[in-house]
Ligand binder design. Sequence first.
Ligand code: HEC
Ligand code: HEC
Length: 304
Amino acid sequence: MRFLIIFIAVFLFGSNLIVPIPENAPFNKQKARLGELLFFDTILSRDKTISCASCHNPKEGWADRRKVSIGVYGRKGFIQSPTVLNARFNFVQMWDGSCKNLKTQIYLPTHNPIEMDMTNKLIEKRLNSSKLYKKLFKKIYHKNYITYDMMADAIAEFEKALYTPDCKFDLYLKGKAKLTKEEKRGYMLFKAYGCIICHNGINIGGNSFQKIGVIHPIKDCVGDRYSLTHNPADKCVYKVPTLRNIALTAPYFHDGSAKTLLQAVKKMGYYNLGINIPTKDAQAIVAFLKTLTGKKPKFLKDYK
Ligand code: HEC
Ligand code: HEC
């Protein structure tokens, strides 16, 4: 039923289903500068080799190119790292939606034994023995002792700064840019095939839970909603990933099983729509998806 309603909505309001990223979204600049330092600092991991940026690397679309991430002591994860660009616009965080916001999310990677393997106590010990952090935190939080909570607050504020306005497609929606014929055709096909049913809103995804394998089921989905809720209906259900900056974040899917965007588009057609999308159409959709790469967040210095 829900599907049908969305389907009708697509036909009635098709073009309004994708909303541009705002030019300016609110965040606290001072905290974000401090959060930036922490995001790149390996002292937040037990063996001091891993920072948030190890798996959310600016050079790799703020995600990583591996199928699964690698944490402290070379420990292997089990799921593909998503981008943190525009994560602030996701309705919940993580593939399984287990975190309600960016700040609470930070507890998971910092404490996960296969990621950073820390405790609140150890984080506080490390931060409080740094003269630089003592000074910086005091300036902003007016406290002599740095807590885990203050650290998470600052990093979350930095993540809020990571939004990417003015991609070609947003400019097109605002009447400020023209798409090529191929890009336009890709956008039409994106709507006509029904991709937009699940990938819509400000993040072109990130606003609902959906299944992978609606038509052709997939076996063994790790880290899905089911592993959280144990409700059989949640098997292979994930937060729909954002398609913003998608050209930067190969490989694709929770298991990194698609190496290229073309493969990802074809797989989506097959598993979720039951269609073998012809290569020419899939290529046009890829051309459209490439118009979703936004400008580097204004807040950032140049990361080479
Ligand atoms: C060892 C690799 C690794 C490290 C280190 C790491 N992450 Fe992640 N991150 C991941 C993976 C993998 C996921 C997806 C996990 C899942 O959904 O089950 C993820 C998910 C996220 C998400 C959710 C994005 C979304 O679209 O749902 C955010 C936000 C995030 N990480 C921020 C951070 C921050 C902040 C840090 C540092 C405190 C950090 N990560 C450290 C690998 C890592
Ligand atoms: C029924 C909902 C639904 C439909 C329809 C749908 N998708 Fe998806 N899409 C998802 C879900 C859920 C995932 C995550 C699947 C996974 O990781 O295993 C996803 C993942 C993707 C990814 C990979 C994103 C990443 O970061 O790894 C791309 C690209 C994509 N979809 C494009 C499309 C295109 C193009 C279409 C139309 C041909 C489409 N989708 C149709 C729900 C949908």
